[in-house]
Design a protein. Structure first.
Length: 147
């Protein structure tokens, strides 16, 4: 098996990344993955990473930094390659990139029904904060018709 290589996302990775997200259950009806990728590429594409083995995309991770807090989004690892340290390597890569930008703290959101992912992040040193996440959608994405 090829060794994991972490690199920045490229435009020609889009379909493979979306397929990975679908496989991992990260796509929800209210988010259009094409729009999410386009937004990331318009904002800070250098904080969008993929893990590849040979020519195959096997993992992804988006990171963000607003000058106050960092964020990790869309961490995904191919189901057949889980529990091999790939997710840990991507998280550590994102942490290093954010730290290099002066980021003092990273936040992330995990659906409260996804205990295995919560356990994974806790094993990486993440803990729960006494906060409630509130959100308001400002743009309704067109969600039908993506592949």
């Amino acid at each position: 098996m090829s060794k994991l290589k972490i690199r920045n996302y490229r435009v020609d990775d889009e379909l493979a990344v979306i397929h990975l997200w679908q496989q991992c259950g990260l796509i929800v009806p209210w988010n259009n993955p094409h729009a999410d990728i386009a937004r990331k590429c318009d904002d800070t594409p250098e904080l969008f990473f993929v893990g590849s083995m040979g020519s195959r995309i096997v993992a992804s991770c988006m990171a963000g930094f607003d000058g106050h807090r960092g964020w990790i989004y869309y961490l995904a690892v191919d189901e057949s390659l889980r529990r091999q340290g790939i997710g840990r390597k991507l998280v550590r890569h994102a942490e290093t990139e954010l730290l290099d930008r002066g980021c003092p703290k990273i936040n992330l959101m995990v659906r409260n029904t996804n205990q295995s992912v919560i356990d994974c992040y806790q094993s990486l040193g993440y803990g729960t904060d006494p906060v409630v996440v509130l959100s308001k959608r400002l743009i309704e994405d067109e969600i039908h018709g993506f592949s």
